[in-house]
Each structure stands twice: as structure tokens, then as C-alpha cells.
Design a protein around this ligand. Sequence first.
Ligand code: TGC
Ligand code: FAD
Length: 388
Amino acid sequence: TQTYRWDDPFDLDGRLTDDERMIRDAARSYARDRLLPRVVAAFRDEVFDRAIMTEMGEMGFLGAMLPEQYGGAGASHVAYGLIAREIEAIDSGYRSAMSVQSSLAMYPIYAFGSEEQRMRFLPRMAAGELIGCFGLTEADGGSDPASMKTKAVKVEGGYRLNGGKYWITNSAIADLAIVWAKLDDVIRGFIVERDFDGFTTGKIGDKLSLRASITGDIGLNDVFVPEDNLLPGVKGLRGPFSCLNKARYGIAWGAMGAAEFCLHATRDYVAERMLFGRPLSSRQLVQKKLADMSTDIALGFEGAYALGRLLDTGAFVPEAISMMKRNNCGKALAIAREARDMHGGAGITGELHVMRHAMNLETVNTYEGAHDVHALILGRAITGESAF
Ligand code: TGC
Ligand code: FAD
């Protein structure tokens, strides 16, 4: 008979390829050895260490799914998910840095860019030499990006962009921004480079969530973007949404990575914590909570894994991505809050990490499509009625 593995009940590990296991192990060592020691201070001081991008580049974690000729590793969707899981086990903000670069900045250049654009930007982005950001959201249109006001006008040799973006991960340190703007009422993607006149960025301060990630805005004041920097391969919301498909899929793994960290930390804590003469782990209420957490985590990973294998076949499954992004973020947030509670007062300290995860997951549950917005995407698919 087989022994039950509480930390891998469905033998996820046994279904990975050798390459995936190797990538997972590399991501795990990097996350635990290099990210964990600096995260408490980074979150407290609200700083993001630029060197992390170079380190992740060296490790091959940026644009890992892209072909090698563009600096990628030709990794599977599951491998990409495993990287997100290990990095988000440390901090959602660090996973944000990885996923924005990979899925929201590199992927659109790969999928919709010209060969010249790919060769010019992707290898340096994969190395972490150039940081990209993704400008879709505007102050007045979060869940409703179709309402964007940022406009592009055709001029000789290129385009003039006017408008602004808000809540943009890494904008303040980005070397380039993928900006989505309306050109004759059709949404198009533009590669806006740091030194273009009229392009400005600022940092949003005083966040109580995702503090180890820099979030900012983008100002576009008559910015001239040359013809060569228009993404030629896509028109309409399909452009940004195709990038979001990749990023939301990765978040489904990442959020469960944070939840998994919380489960392991809580299991250790309740085993040590003596109350009323016995360890907390011997109590029925505590065991029930651990059983619920581990069930949601195991099922969350199963769904993410199934989705990854499907995406590797080239299947187009945006609603299934919505299901797993929504489920895993919502469940991870509930697990992190429960883990904080089970740590008692100690749970509010930085050094035990669980409250930081809970605070971060508030954002993760909102960005890339808020929890209820994904419910409406599923509701539309189930009923045929749009309730947005
Ligand atoms: P809708 O009518 O549904 O669709 C408009 C067009 O887009 C196409 N489309 C998709 N294509 C590819 N993949 C998908 N998932 C797609 N979803 C829709 C669709 O086929 C259609 O194409 P066409 O050719 O017919 O025009 O659009 P809608 O305006 O009704 O939108 C509905 C809604 C609410 C689902 C959508 O706007 C939405 O998802 N809102 C949420 C916004 C969001 O997720 N923003 C994310 C910003 S980026 C971010 O948060 C990064 S955080 C990163 C980090 O730090 O990790
Ligand atoms: P709103 O759209 O105002 O939603 C508020 C509430 O209303 C939510 O609960 C939502 O579920 C609900 N709601 C919305 N529509 C409906 C409806 N029709 N029916 C019922 N309920 C509804 N964006 C980028 O483009 N690039 C980035 O890099 C990026 N990074 C981010 C980093 C951080 C830290 C944060 C917080 C956000 C980031 N975002 C980014 C923006 C993010 O995608 C938006 O915050 C998100 O899409 C939600 O938009 P909103 O905040 O304006 O909320």
C-alpha cells in the first residue's frame, strides 16, 4: 500500500516531465535562497530590488515559454506555472514581476510583433536587461477596458499617443511599456520606449498590499511612437486579452503557491504550539481547517495542471482560465486569512509571512480580472446572457 502524501495527494510531482521537475527545483531553490531572505524588508520598506529581474533572467524564468531563438527556454505551460508557484510561495509581488515581464510584455511582442521587434527586444527582456510593463487599465475603466480613453492618431512616420494608464506594475522602472490605445476607435498595441518625449511614469505610494512590487501610472502627453513600434499582428481587445490569458493562467498556479506556503507554515506552527496542555494540532477544529485548506490546494493545483496540459495542445480556453484564476485566487485568499487566524497574534508579524500573503492576495484576487468579473465571464458562457 502507498502512504498518503498530505503535501501531494494526487502525485502531481509524478506527472511532471524531467524538464519540468528540473525547472521547478531551480525555481524553488532560487525563491527560497535568494528571495525569501529579502522579502520582509522589501515589503516593509515598499521597495523592489531591480537586481531581481537580472537574477530571474539569468535563471531563465523570464519568457520561459518562448522559443530559444528569442531568449526563451521553450518551456511548457506547466513549467511556467511551476515557476509562478515557487516564486509566489515567497511573495505575490515577485511573481507579478515575473509574470508581467513574461506574459504581458514579452508575449505580445512575440505573438503580435514583427520579426524585427522580436529580435530587438525579446532576448534582452529574457535576460532581465530591459524591463517591460503592460498598460491596459485606466483610472476610470478597470474592469471595463473597452472604455479606455487613451488615443493614438496617425501622423507622418508613426503615431501620436495621448492619455494615461493607472495601476501599472513596474511602470516606474520599465524601459518599455506595451500601451493599448484606440486608433480610429480600434484598440492597438504600441511599444513605448522610456526615452520617448512625453512618456512619464510615477509610483503609487502607500499600498497595503503587494508592497514588494512597484505599482505606478503612465502619462502619455503627445508621445510620438514610430511606425516600427506598432504591434502589427492584432487589432481589438483580443490583443490584451490574449496576454491576460497567459498571465491569469500563471496566477492560478501562483496563488496556490502562496496558499501552499501558508498551509505548510500553519501545520508546523500548530504542531509546536502548546495550549491547554496539548499541541494545537491535536484539536478537531484545527484538523478540520487543515483538511479544508489542503483539499482546496490539491484541487486548485489539479485544475491548474489540467489547464496547463490543455494550453500546451494550443487549445483556446479563456473561460476555463477564468474558472481557475477565480477559484484559486479566492481560495488562496481564504486560506491565507485562515492561516493568519490559526497563528494567533504571532500571525500578524512580518517574520511569519502569513499575513503578508493574505494582504497580497487581496490584490491578486482583484487584478487580472476581479473575482466577480470572472464569475460573470463564466455566467455568460453558461447562460449565453451578458450580465456585465
Ligand atoms: P468582450 O465583448 O467579451 O470581448 C471583446 C473582444 O475580445 C475578445 N476576447 C478575448 N480574446 C482572447 N482571450 C480572451 N480571454 C478574450 N475575451 C474576450 C472577444 O472575442 C472579442 O473579440 P472581437 O474580435 O469579437 O471584438 O469584451 P467586453 O468589453 O464585454 O469585456 C468583458 C470583460 C469584463 C470580460 C473584460 O473586459 C475583462 O476581462 N475585464 C477585466 C479587465 C482585466 O482583466 N484587466 C487586467 C489588466 S492587466 C493586470 O491586471 C495586470 S496585473 C499583473 C501583475 O502584476 O501580475
Ligand atoms: P473596478 O473595475 O472599479 O471594480 C470594483 C468592484 O466592482 C470589483 O469588486 C468588481 O468585481 C466589481 N465589478 C466590476 N464590474 C462589475 C459588474 N459589471 N457587475 C458587478 N460587479 C462588478 N492593470 C494593468 O493594465 N497593468 C498592470 O500591470 C496592473 N497591475 C496592477 C497592480 C496592482 C497592485 C493593482 C491593484 C492593479 C493592477 N492593475 C493593472 C489593474 C487591475 O487590473 C484592476 O485593478 C482590475 O482590473 C480591477 O479594476 P478596478 O480596480 O478599477 O476595479
